[in-house]
Design a protein around this ligand. Structure first.
Ligand code: ZN
Length: 133
């Protein structure tokens, strides 16, 4: 297994970016038939999650509700001014894994994999590794 690094440009401060197609290309390029697609985001204010991709309103609702639950301005200690971004990243986590079957990413019907930007816009890195079982 070798790791592939994807670059993802975000355009808003809080933004879920559907990266499923790019991950599917990495899976196809790996030549692995049955295995696991590992996705890791090496940042402290961006993460990754698997959720509904069919209706883009779901991603917008996640962005909006997390903004509401973890406001930018609050009684935070962290002097950089982006504690809300760190907290949202802690909630979604830095990694996920999905099955690879028949050489393809085998997500559920409604699922997509999202880079979760919480302190954009920026260019983010996503590490992708596909291992055989
Ligand atoms: Zn910070």
């Amino acid at each position: 297994m070798s790791w592939v690094t994807l670059e993802v440009k975000t355009t808003r401060r809080a933004q879920l970016v559907d990266i499923t197609e790019r991950l599917a290309e990495a899976v196809t390029g790996s030549g692995v038939d049955d295995g696991v697609c590992h996705v890791y985001v090496p940042h402290t204010t961006a993460g990754v999650t698997i959720n509904e991709g069919a209706d883009p309103d779901v991603a917008r609702d996640i962005e909006a509700r997390l903004e509401h639950l973890v406001p930018k301005e609050a009684d935070y200690e962290h002097a950089e001014g982006n504690s809300d971004s760190h907290i949202k990243t802690a909630l979604v986590g830095p990694s996920c894994a999905a099955p690879v079957r028949g050489g393809k990413l085998a997500l559920g019907t409604w699922q997509a994999i999202f880079l979760c930007e919480w302190d954009g816009p920026r260019t983010r890195r996503v590490e992708v590794g596909v291992s055989a079982l």
